[in-house]
Design a protein around this ligand. Structure first.
Ligand SMILES: NC(=O)c1ccc[n+]([C@@H]2O[C@H](COP(=O)([O-])OP(=O)(O)OC[C@H]3O[C@@H](n4cnc5c(N)ncnc54)[C@H](OP(=O)(O)O)[C@@H]3O)[C@@H](O)[C@H]2O)c1
Length: 261
């Protein structure tokens, strides 16, 4: 959608979500932002208001379907939602111990169930007016499973494929769906990574790419191109060729779940 005026971003309190909120913030724009941390959310909201936007915030956990849907419906009554970006997500952190059992469950709960909750609530609101756009935050990690982040990769693959299919289904109802697959973007969580991140990008640059892709109603916004090509190639090659290489990559730590990639 070219010039969305009413935009909801889950996980708008930090990283890519914050950068998107700031990018869209302007006079005449209504922003709905969620996150779990009230302080961070208020800080982002204040910056968006300074840029002229009207902002509503809520500490809502995307895993709580009813609370999320109720909040979204309230916002929609205030300013019918043009664009909903299901961005909130977590990963296991960084280090050398992979994902714990608990982390794996939490990652699926937030990155899959949380996205499903956000997208279904958005579609229900947009369907009657046959208008609106839904963006789903996947990742280049959703093209091939990496031994260091199995649940994270699987969660991103699930929402990517779901979004690709939903695009065709919801197009019949006048709703646009886009899947976003970023590579490494600077955010609180990649800031803690202790391994080299190829083509690491600033969050505001990523937000610009995402915004332009959404304005053009692209099916998939995958960037940076060279990392996307590498992810695509890894997915195409037989696992017997790629497993030895992937087995040598750094793993995520078994610390408590952290937001981000
Ligand atoms: N950074 C990357 O390199 C990268 C690459 C590909 C994809 N992604 C994806 O991009 C999205 C944003 O990540 P980011 O890097 O910007 O990380 P981030 O800075 O940690 O942002 C994550 C956001 O999600 C929110 N959040 C987490 N769990 C939530 C929950 N249960 N309910 C509601 N909100 C929740 C966080 O809120 P609080 O801070 O208030 O807790 C925060 O606003 C994620 O889906 C991530 O997987 C990131």
């Amino acid at each position: 959608m070219k010039h969305p005026k009413s935009i909801l971003i889950t996980g708008g309190s930090s990283g890519i979500g914050e950068a998107l909120a700031l990018d869209y913030a302007a006079p005449g724009v209504f922003l709905g932002l969620t996150g779990r941390n009230r302080e961070r959310l208020d800080r982002v909201a204040a910056r968006c208001r300074a840029a002229g936007a009207e902002v509503a915030t809520a500490v809502v956990d995307v895993r709580e379907a009813d609370a999320l849907a109720a909040w979204m419906a309230g916002l929609d009554r205030q300013a019918p939602l043009d664009l909903v970006i299901a961005n909130a997500g977590i990963s296991a952190g960084t280090g050398s111990a992979g994902e714990s059992d608990r982390q794996a469950r939490d990652i699926f709960a937030v990155n899959v169930d949380g996205v499903v909750n956000s997208v279904l609530a958005a579609a229900a609101l947009m369907r009657p007016r046959r208008r609106g756009q839904i963006a789903i935050m996947s990742s280049l990690a959703g093209f091939r499973g990496f031994p260091g982040a199995p649940a994270y990769c699987a969660s991103k693959a699930a929402v990517r494929v779901w979004g690709e299919a939903l695009r065709g289904m919801l197009a019949r109802e006048g709703i646009e769906v886009t899947v976003i697959c970023p590579g490494y973007v600077k955010s609180p969580i990649t800031g803690r990574n202790d391994f080299p991140m190829p083509f690491l990008m600033e969050a505001d640059r990523a937000a610009g790419i995402i915004r332009r892709g959404l304005a053009a109603n692209r099916a998939r916004i995958a960037f940076p191109r060279r990392l996307f090509a590498a992810a695509w190639l890894l997915a195409l090659l037989p696992p017997a060729w790629t497993d030895p290489l992937l087995g040598r990559l750094p793993e995520k730590a078994a610390s408590e779940p952290q937001p981000g990639s």
